[in-house]
Design a protein around this ligand. Structure first.
Ligand code: SF4
Ligand code: SF4
Length: 472
């Protein structure tokens, strides 16, 4: 095992201040079982799955209720035991494309259907058996829209993969789940890493974690001392360090070409939750039907890190933690998440947080208010002091013309020209935007966050990319 001596980081990015309503240091609690769950037949990345159940049928927790034979897909499981109440079409919370939802009324008994797993030591099972179990359990990444773990459902087979990267540095505001799992589920994490490595053909493993976690680094050094395939890289906890493109550059000093996925260059990136889910699938036979999410934001009275069943409606979880209104509810973190208009939207496999931000009544310091509140990035009012800052949506008030401050250029981790890209996309000059490398944008949202003129640069760039893809 090796620990990198020098701190690694990247150009651009941003250190966020501590925001009020962050569940920092709070131990993981288990949310009560929901009375009903909404299981979407497309869980993040991948093809639409076909329902295998009918209305009125009884199901067990962990039972497969929808499946796709497509190349990139994982099965969908019932996340409580009970009776199928409804199967109907609905818009997917990410992008709005039509999907199906299977609503299950819970019977309160939580009877499980565990995976059929072979007996013996998993370290002798090989990629095929491990990959099959991870596929059947629906173990997918928390980022990249829930990219599946292994060759049964991803773009690469194990013989094309050389590296497994473990992202243990969460840098988006309010996201604390992986940090808590790192300290509370350490044993599961270590075994989960070995399982994922085995499923990928015993590749090299590189783990990136914040340098501000010296105890975790020390513990890993002791526990993984004899594994020469394991490398630890202390990183500066700057947003968006955990994104595949940035992580690959920091850990392997390699560039992920725009428009390509990590497996195409021989890399699979996983997160802490995914490693824990791999352990639970392979050693306990439990499909990935619950995950840890952070609930926080300026409109939440009691922030928490909660273990929840997938499919639980967002509104139910937020109300239980004291949701104040009016608030903007975000599925995911405030920079990469999606705003919800329907609080019945369920927690998905790749949901890391539910954030509720208060809507400000008026804007303070209107001439220089940046991002989503007067506490966000500015060189005029730097986020000094130890007091937690209050973040609001900052969405009230009109946008202003660009003042050419250059903040968006400074923070872009991909070294792009966000304002130029956004303008070209808005004007329909898509070929020009493509020449300016619009597909290298990783949708981190930082350019919108720092813009003092409140220009929605990231969403304009995302629309430009979508239009280009459609044109193709
Ligand atoms: S242009 Fe893309 S990558 Fe650059 S800051 Fe904006 S959203 Fe992030
Ligand atoms: S788009 Fe916003 S952040 Fe970028 S230069 Fe203009 S005012 Fe500054």
């Amino acid at each position: 095992m090796a620990v990198t001596g020098t701190l690694k980081t990247f150009k651009g990015g941003h250190y966020f201040p501590r925001f009020e309503g962050t569940p920092r240091g709070r131990r993981i609690e288990t949310a009560p079982l929901p009375q009903r769950v909404i299981c979407l037949t497309r869980q993040g990345f991948g093809h639409e799955a076909r329902p295998l159940v009918e209305v009125g049928q009884t199901v067990k927790s962990g039972e497969i209720i929808a499946r796709s034979d497509g190349l990139i897909s994982t099965p969908v499981h019932a996340t409580v035991s009970g009776r199928v109440e409804t199967i109907e079409s609905c818009p997917h919370p990410r992008g709005g494309a039509l999907t199906q939802r299977i609503i299950i009324a819970a019977d309160g008994r939580d009877n499980w259907q565990l995976l059929k797993r072979p007996k013996g030591n998993f370290e002798k099972w090989g990629p095929e058996k491990l990959g099959y179990l991870l596929y059947e359990a629906g173990v997918t990444a928390g980022g990249k829209g829930g990219f599946p773990s292994t060759e049964h459902s991803s773009l690469a087979s194990p013989d094309q993969i050389g590296y497994l990267l473990i992202n243990a540095v969460e840098t988006e505001p309010y996201l604390e789940g992986d940090a808590q799992l790192l300290s509370q589920e350490f044993e599961k994490l270590l075994t989960g890493i070995k399982i994922l490595r085995g499923a990928l053909g015993n590749v090299e493993v590189h783990m990136g974690l914040g340098y501000n976690r010296p105890r975790a680094v020390e513990e890993l050094q002791i526990r993984m001392e004899y594994y020469d395939w394991f490398h630890i890289h202390p990183l500066l906890p700057k947003y968006p360090q955990g994104e595949d493109e940035v992580l690959i550059k920091s850990l392997l000093d390699r560039q992920l070409p725009a428009g390509h996925t990590a497996p195409e260059i021989g890399v699979v990136a996983a997160d802490v939750q995914q490693c824990v889910a791999a352990y639970e699938a392979v050693l306990e036979g439990r499909p990935f039907i619950e995950r840890v999410i952070s609930i926080g934001g300026s409109a939440i009275e009691r922030p928490a890190n909660l273990r929840v069943r997938l499919g639980t409606p967002a509104g139910e979880l937020l109300s239980a933690r004291g949701l104040r209104s009016p608030a903007r509810i975000i599925l995911g973190g405030p920079l990469r998440g999606v705003s919800l208009s329907d609080v019945d939207t369920p927690v998905l496999r790749d949901t890391r947080a539910l954030v509720a931000l208060a809507e400000p009544r008026r804007r303070l310091f209107a001439g220089m208010t940046p991002g989503f509140g007067y506490d966000s990035y500015t060189k005029i009012l730097p986020p000094l002091g130890l007091r937690a800052k209050r973040a609001t949506t900052g969405l009230n008030g009109p946008e202003r013309p660009c003042i050419h401050c250059g903040y968006c250029l400074d923070v872009c981790p991909q070294n792009l020209l966000p304002i130029t890209l956004a303008e070209r996309a808005e004007q329909g000059l898509l070929r020009q935007a493509e020449k300016l490398d619009i597909f290298a944008c990783i949708d981190c949202g930082l350019c919108s966050y720092v813009c003092p003129s409140k220009l929605p640069l990231a969403s304009q760039i995302a629309k430009g990319k979508a239009a280009l893809r459609e044109g193709r």
